[in-house]
Design a protein around this ligand. Structure first.
Ligand code: SF4
Ligand code: SF4
Length: 322
């Protein structure tokens, strides 16, 4: 059986990726399960979807803990433990990362045994309010790595699964998926099916006795990480919203109210983005009436900040020398 997990962020087409891959595997003669898994968070939050495919009936259910292929559509997730991208990897697992970094860089950073491949990340952002929509691209690359899906079967799956989005969207996603399929040609078929897992090997979790405390003690206080201001959700961001204050009309009740993470504060009628907690969902850019918020790829924004800091350091040294 093939067990595939696809990780990304809400809004990047991760659910669609599993649907396309599942549909293509079905057309290739497999029994298939595909499903997304996400919580209450919205765009920009880590999510994953998964696909099981086998020639025999599939009796497994639920999250995949022992994947044969893990696709990471957004490499910033690799630094977010809660995203679970590295869960259950072993020497048999193939990891495909959509990234500007090299495979060697990620191999050293992650210290993983299995094979790690790179799907080169694009740079374009066509819509100022959109996250990079790369579900079809990931599905195309994964289809090639499995080695059991032909190009025309992949195209057929995209045509079917995306039909309701209109011909332009279908054409664009088909083109991206087939390009990613072709880009992985040298590694075609590198993912091997995992062994069957016998239900008789299943060890149920042990019963946990919960102590009964007085309400004064046991009343909920949020202590867990992931629920605190201390969690820098800004680390999730791949696109950075940047306010052009020359065009901002100071209608701050629009962007500050509709930011799902309350990451836009207002000082003197001026909206200010808290980049420690802005997760880059780009809702603010979509709702800003005069289009005063633009998206900048996070890695470019960080490069810009680093060179600015270095320049300021050089200027300060020059001044001190004088
Ligand atoms: S919605 Fe746009 S124009 Fe209005 S305050 Fe926010 S950034 Fe400025
Ligand atoms: S500031 Fe904008 S991009 Fe950041 S979390 Fe709020 S709505 Fe999303």
């Amino acid at each position: 059986m093939y067990r595939i997990r696809i990780h990304g962020r809400g809004g990047q087409g991760i659910k669609m990726a599993s649907r396309v891959l599942g549909s293509a595997l079905f057309h290739a003669g497999f029994n298939v399960q595909d499903a997304p898994k996400y919580g209450a968070e919205r765009r920009g939050a880590p999510i994953f979807s998964y696909v099981r495919a086998a020639r025999a009936p599939i009796n497994e259910r639920g999250t995949i803990y022992n994947p044969d292929l893990v696709v990471v559509a957004d490499d910033t997730l690799l630094a977010v433990p809660a995203a679970g991208t590295l869960l259950g990897l072993d020497a048999h697992t193939v990891v495909l990362v959509n990234s500007h970094q090299s495979a060697d860089t990620w191999r050293q950073r992650l210290n993983i045994d299995g094979s790690l491949l790179i799907l080169p990340a694009g740079t374009e952002t066509e819509d100022r309010a959109a996250l990079p929509h790369i579900g079809a691209t990931c599905a195309g690359a994964a289809a090639c790595l499995l080695g059991v899906i032909d190009r025309d079967v992949l195209a057929k799956a995209i045509d079917e699964e995306l039909a309701e989005l209109g011909p332009d969207t279908v054409t664009k996603n088909r083109t991206n998926a087939l390009a990613a399929f072709d880009a992985m040609a040298d590694q075609r078929g590198c993912v091997e099916e995992g062994a069957a897992i016998a239900a008789t090997d299943y060890v149920p979790p042990e019963w946990v006795e919960m102590p009964l405390d007085a309400a004064r003690v046991s009343a909920p206080i949020i202590r867990a990480s992931g629920n605190s201001v201390e969690v820098r959700t800004g680390l999730w961001r791949t696109i950075r919203p940047v306010i052009d204050y020359d065009h901002c009309k100071h209608c701050w009740w629009v962007c500050s109210t509709l930011c799902p993470d309350s990451a836009i504060t207002v000082t003197d009628n001026t909206p200010i983005i808290d980049y420690d907690h802005c997760k880059g969902c780009m809702v603010c850019a979509g709702v800003c009436p005069p289009h005063a918020i633009a998206g900048e790829p996070e890695y470019l924004a960080q490069q810009r900040e680093t060179s600015l800091t270095e320049r300021e350091g050089t200027d300060a040294t020059d001044t001190a020398d004088r």
